[in-house]
Design a protein around this ligand. Structure first.
Ligand code: PRP
Ligand code: URA
Length: 241
């Protein structure tokens, strides 16, 4: 095990390292466009729930949704804002900001659809497009079946949704589809639960302008290109299909 993967103390700041339990936290990545959520005790506890093979479907959905909400909230911090001066009910002015430009979500089906509600909960009436990409079970190569995207997607910031980034093939293919519709790479924000270091590194190298927000970069891939330790097949566990 590399020193990066050795369990580290996890817990509130007011406790000394010796008093904290240890847990494996995310591998660090140096790419400036990859943001890894802060490895808080809450996030590690939520991830522990969804990684556990004994976790039943209802809990898997509930705890995944909690992490998805954290990803969406962090992702929104990466969208551009402009100054917005307002007056409060007591007649005072306040120098604030508002979001600039239109957004939309795009889920990579099937597993990415699990992230749509978390986006809707934060962005009222958000438009959501779909790209159906499936990995070949033998080769792990992605295959594109279908896309249905807002017609004005080239004028929007796109929040691309997929919980798993393993080899990176599916996410790269989705970015190609978006670029083919005129979306500039720098207007894409990819929200992801768990990435492998090789997938995230490859993705960041080939799409250096796409911003990635992930909850965790794991240890690696197994011989079937599943993320390890991972959580298994996200879509199968979320949808039980
Ligand atoms: C999973 C996952 C990603 C992809 C990641 O989908 O949701 O889309 O695999 O692997 P990659 O980085 O190696 O491409 P899958 O194709 O298994 O379909 P699903 O969404 O129906 O589970
Ligand atoms: N897709 C998943 O759902 N899990 C993995 O580990 C890899 C691809």
């Amino acid at each position: 095990m590399s020193s990066q993967n050795e369990p580290k103390p996890v817990g509130p700041e007011y406790k000394s390292a010796a008093e904290k339990p240890t847990a494996t936290i995310s591998t660090k990545l140096s790419h400036p466009n990859v943001t890894i959520l802060p490895q808080t005790p809450q996030l590690i506890a939520l991830l522990t729930m969804i990684r556990d093979k004994k976790t039943q479907r209802a809990d898997f959905i509930f705890y995944s949704n909690r992490i998805i909400r954290l990803l969406v909230e962090e992702g929104l911090n990466h969208l551009p804002t402009v100054e917005q001066a307002i007056t409060t009910p007591v007649g005072r002015s306040y120098a604030g900001v508002k979001f600039e430009g239109k957004i939309c979500g795009v889920s990579i089906m099937r597993a990415g659809e699990a992230m749509e509600q978390g986006l809707r909960d934060c962005c009222r009436s958000v438009r959501i497009g779909k790209i159906l990409i499936q990995r070949d079970e033998e080769t792990a190569k992605p295959k594109l079946f279908y896309d249905k995207l807002p017609t004005d997607i080239a004028d929007r910031w796109v929040l691309l949704l997929d919980p798993m980034l393993a080899t990176g093939g599916s996410a790269l293919m989705a970015v190609d589809v978006l670029k083919g519709k005129g979306v500039p790479e720098e207007h894409i924000l990819f929200l992801n639960l768990i990435a492998s270091p090789e997938g995230a590194g490859n993705f960041a190298k080939l799409c250096p302008k796409v911003r990635v927000v992930t909850a965790f970069v794991d240890q690696g891939l197994d011989e079937k290109n599943y993320i390890v330790p991972g959580l298994g097949d996200f879509g199968d566990r979320y949808y039980t299909t």
